[in-house]
Design a protein. Structure first.
Length: 726
């Protein structure tokens, strides 16, 4: 593959945009036409005359100022110049997003001027007249969002190019021969962009790491992590530091804590969980109330500020849950052993203890460091069996151990009572306007090599809700306790839904006969909850669940408490998962600091940490989503000859997206591949319309498809249209 590194000459002798760019990048300096011609590398008379003409036109239109005869300056503080971020489309064009502007600004391909997706840029905005779509040109790349990319290398005789699978990366990356590292032809590599010379079509880079061959399982999983800048393993020095930590339980430390080792305590987690960061304790009080403890692994006891271990945990900010593995925030010696609340072991915890009435009212609370002894470890399935049957004998088919065993009557009674209380807490939360999203989660049965053998769906039942409600209670009460003191704290906040997205969603769900009540905030939440109940079990459920979630603002961490809309809480924080979330570690530290009488800490410092944590959480979510897509494509590769019934989940001008009902795998049927008619996209009906038959293919329609192509590298499925489900 040969590449021309030089851009062709601009045939148009219109230098206006380039003049504006030069003056914008040197906003305090005046230039004459000779200086501009030199910077533009134009030394012919005709070009110089064109530059003189364009300078006069720009000055007369007041885009630039003639500071003194023949010397020009960009107009100071021009309202046409803004700083914001680039949002690339998949078509080599972009939108400029800036809080100061009412709408996003379209950036044509030839106006990107080397800006890449999510870069911070300075843009000149034009075409701002009423009724016209504003357009702009990137004047300056202020800051790159990322300089490291993953792609496949194509090595030529004297150089190479790396092409990424990311549709928003519109250029390949040129690699000089001396910067290939150990890469071989066709390898998946990690490359670092070092420079983008003025006249080069592509940025110049170097190979940082070779990940392997495309399509190989470990290569693709490591490529997903690398794409988002997430680590695959711990540095050796961090592992060594963690191994040297004293993880013993000492009598000296127990004296500093509330001793709850004699209180009935147990954990409920997924069957395959290796880290148990929360436990519940239960005690019936003499006054008829109940003492329920929410005990959380005391990670901050081991994770001391200022250490290389703490620095690493902060940088990671979260564990990453890929389909076939967990990339933990903490080394295994802490996450799976010292901090994990394993059965029949004493553990240091940070606890929220509540005195609760029969009607689930909290009448007393206590927060502080404790030591516990976990009497029992349950899987959700085992706890669910107790709730449903009230039987204390766990059958072998759902047992963690693989054989049946008996649970004490005391634990059964505690589980059933806490389930009753959790139901009341949940009902109260829903009555206050909380929104219930029980979206179906896709899970895979993997063989020993990590190959997908089957797909199943994770469904939340009463046992899940039991744990959820008491974790929510602890998170809410901790946040409320500090929030009412008006001290700096880390909140988990969630803004109200985006009205434009709600209107767009209404347009789609109306085709299925549903509607949303927009009259006020409370009506929206009630309406969305009613919708979730109504679509439950129907073919369009996953589509509508997804649309509803997309209308929601993204939850994030902040020191500025605006409440949590989705949970209907005025105060909410993350206290319950410090093994896998760094914000929870910070919450523990701040809570202890304030319990000890400390004054409010620096808000600005903690807001920066909140921003970092939210950013890393977003990257981890993207990686997790990509790993699911990858595994879905891999699973479907082995089902090429099988017909599947699917639901049309999206309609575009180039085809329809189809979600297979039995496994939730989604792929595209391209419009040109539908042979029974000539179809065009009807935007108003959100459908493809047959030219001859007038047949509609629209959201929610059921059709049969077969796999046409399964691309592991791009994580894309293409389907062949077989027939409608009549």
């Amino acid at each position: 593959m040969s590449k021309n590194l030089r851009k062709p000459e601009n045939k148009e002798k219109d230098f206006s945009n380039k003049i504006i760019k030069i003056l914008s990048q040197n906003s305090n300096k005046a230039f004459n036409y000779k200086q501009i011609a030199t910077l533009l590398e134009k030394d012919d008379t005709k070009s110089r005359n064109e530059i003189i003409r364009d300078l006069k036109i720009l000055a007369s239109s007041k885009k630039i100022t003639e500071k003194e005869p023949g010397k020009y300056l960009i107009k100071a503080l021009s309202q046409d110049y803004y700083e914001g971020k680039i949002d690339m489309t998949g078509r080599k064009t972009a939108y400029f997003v800036c809080p100061e502007l009412e709408e996003d600004v379209f950036i044509p391909t030839n106006n990107l001027n080397r800006a890449l997706d999510k870069d911070t840029v300075k843009v000149y905005v034009y075409n701002r007249r009423k009724g016209r779509r504003p357009e702009g040109e990137v004047i300056e790349v202020v800051e790159r969002a990322k300089t490291v990319f993953v792609g496949v290398i194509d090595i030529q005789k004297n150089f190479a190019f790396v092409s990424t699978a990311n549709p928003k990366m519109y250029t390949d990356i040129f690699i000089p021969k001396d910067k290939l590292g150990e890469a071989e032809q066709g390898d998946v590599v990690l490359v670092h962009i070092e420079d983008w010379p003025k006249r080069a079509d592509s940025p110049f880079g170097s190979v940082v790491k070779t990940l392997g061959k495309p399509g190989e399982h470990d290569t693709e999983i490591h490529a997903i992590l690398a794409e988002y800048g997430l680590p695959a393993e711990f540095p050796v020095e961090v592992e060594v530091f963690a191994q040297k930590i004293d993880t013993s339980i000492t009598e000296e430390e127990i004296k500093n804590r509330r001793d709850m080792r004699d209180t009935l305590t147990f954990t409920i987690d997924p069957k395959d969980a290796k880290d148990f960061d929360d436990a519940l304790s239960f005690k019936k009080l003499e006054n008829g109330h109940y003492e329920i403890g929410v005990h959380i692994a005391d990670v901050s006891y081991y994770l001391q500020e200022g250490t290389i271990l703490d620095d690493e945990a902060y940088q990671r900010a979260t564990s990453v849950y890929l389909v076939d593995r967990v990339v933990p925030m903490l080394p295994e010696v802490l996450s799976n052993f010292a901090c994990s609340l394993r059965p029949q072991e004493e553990k240091y915890t940070f606890s929220a203890i509540f005195e609760i009435t029969e009607t689930a009212q909290v009448v007393n609370q206590w927060f502080g460091r404790t030591v516990i002894f976990s009497d029992q470890r349950f899987a959700y399935e085992e706890a669910q069996y107790i709730i449903e049957t009230k039987d204390n004998t766990i059958p072998a088919e759902i047992s963690i151990t693989g054989s049946s065993y008996q649970v004490s009557d005391e634990i059964v009674a505690a589980t059933l009572k806490m389930q009753d209380l959790a139901k009341v807490l949940r009902r109260n939360r829903m009555n206050n306007g909380a929104i219930s999203f029980d979206k179906v989660e896709v899970k895979f049965n993997l063989d020993a090599e990590g190959e997908p053998e089957g797909v199943y769906f994770k469904v939340s039942k009463d046992a899940n809700h039991l744990i959820e409600e008491f974790m929510l209670l602890a998170n809410r009460k901790v946040a409320e306790y500090i929030g009412k003191q008006k001290k700096t704290f880390i909140y988990r906040i969630h803004d109200e839904p985006n009205e434009d997205k709600l209107i767009a969603m209404q347009t789609v769900i109306a085709k299925f006969g549903y509607k949303i009540d927009f009259r006020n905030k409370g009506d929206i939440s009630k309406s969305l909850n009613a919708l979730m109940v109504e679509v439950n079990g129907k073919k369009e459920q996953n589509l509508i669940d997804t649309l509803a979630i997309r209308t929601m603002s993204k939850a994030k961490y902040s020191t500025d408490n605006i409440g949590h809309y989705g949970l209907a809480f005025d105060y909410y924080s993350h206290f319950t998962s410090p093994i896998r979330r760094y914000p929870d570690v910070m919450v523990h530290r701040l809570l202890q600091f304030y319990l000890d009488g400390g004054k409010s800490v620096d808000e600005e410092k903690y807001e920066a940490k909140c921003l970092h944590s939210s950013t890393m959480e977003g990257l981890a979510s993207n990686a997790e989503r990509d790993s699911i897509k990858y595994m879905q494509v891999k699973y479907m590769q082995n089902h090429n000859d099988q017909e599947f019934l699917g639901v049309i989940s999206g309609v575009t001008e180039w085809g329809i997206f189809v979600e297979i009902i039995e496994n939730k795998c989604e792929g595209m049927v391209r419009i040109r591949e539908i042979k029974d008619d000539y179809y065009t996209f009807d935007e108003k009906q959100y459908a493809l319309v047959g030219a001859t038959t007038k047949t509609l293919l629209q959201l929610g329609d059921e059709i049969y498809v077969k796999v046409k192509n399964a691309d592991l590298v791009k994580k894309q499925l293409d389907f062949n249209f077989i027939r409608r489900n009549e």
